[in-house]
Design a protein around this ligand. Structure first.
Ligand SMILES: [Zn+2]
Length: 287
């Protein structure tokens, strides 16, 4: 074989191996989070006496939804100002200790993906919610990179399967459920149009007694999340009753999750922003 042909063939092989390695690394990170690092020291914080405290936690070790996370911060800061909340925006997992958590009315996993806190910190968050605290999750907070049973059972009520890739972003009518919580649905339309990356879960959280706030008609989206040569079992959807926002009372506390919010365009949609504001307000009402 001519030397030049050999060089070309070897180059092609090296490129294929490199791309394959990069793809495998990316898939591992999305499924498990990497690199995993935990902060264990409690940050210094002074909580004002007369304000509800809201923790906006945006740490990710899995897929990073940078556009959405960056867009959310000024909007939630504005919301906090309007509602007189003391907002703590951080990626420091050291804040997940019993003493500091107890001071928050709401903890938000803001597109937080991967394993972001250690076992002891997870137990502190579980106790905090069961004793009357609240946990909210936005979009990526619901993917399958967290590897945390309590979190899946109590925030999501269902295991994430995949999201459509062909195409990834699709427009759908977001439909208010028949008996929505009045606080969560306050000033919200019964139907609005929204484009997002629609998460598909393996079961319907309605079956686990979660209160569904909004659905889309899953029969009207293309659920295909297959990747040629790599993934071939992800071409199914949730059917007509495809929840996209839901809540539950857990012990003395509450959880609220929406699968919407993949990128910055969500934060430009007034209905999505109001949904998040209503969610925070709802978590602050103790029942
Ligand atoms: Zn996403």
């Amino acid at each position: 074989m001519k030397k030049v042909v050999k060089i070309i063939l070897w180059s092609v092989l090296v490129i294929i191996l490199l791309l394959g390695g990069l793809m495998a690394g990316f898939i591992y990170k999305v499924k498990n989070g990497f690199p995993v690092s935990y902060e264990t020291e409690a940050p210094k914080l002074a909580f004002p006496a007369n304000q509800s405290a809201v923790l906006l936690f945006s740490k990710s070790t899995g897929f990073r939804h940078s556009g959405s996370i960056d867009a959310s911060k000024p909007i939630i800061a504005e919301m906090a100002k309007k509602n007189n909340w003391f907002l703590v925006e951080t990626e420091d997992g050291g804040i997940f200790n019993a003493e500091q958590l107890a001071k928050f009315s709401t903890v938000i996993f803001n597109n937080s993906t991967g394993e972001v806190i250690n076992d002891e910190q997870k137990r502190a968050l579980e106790k905090y919610v069961e004793n009357g605290g609240s946990l909210m999750g936005i979009h990526g907070a619901g993917d399958n990179s967290h590897h945390w049973d309590w979190y899946v059972q109590n925030l999501l009520g269902a295991e994430f399967s995949h999201h459509p890739l062909n195409p990834q972003f699709q427009k759908a009518d977001v439909l208010l459920d028949s008996q929505p919580d009045s606080l969560l649905s306050a000033n919200m339309p019964s139907k609005w149009s929204h484009t997002d990356e629609w998460y598909i879960f393996l079961e319907n959280p309605r079956k686990k007694n979660f209160d569904i706030l909004y659905t889309i008609n899953g029969d009207l989206i293309k659920p295909d999340g297959n990747v040629s040569l790599l993934v071939s079992d992800k071409n199914f959807g949730m059917g007509k009753d495809h929840p996209v926002a839901w809540s539950k009372k857990i012990g003395k506390g509450k959880t609220f999750y929406t699968s919407m919010g993949h990128d910055e365009t969500a934060w430009k949609n007034e209905n999505f922003v109001r949904l998040i504001e209503n969610g925070i307000k709802w978590t602050q009402v103790k029942k």
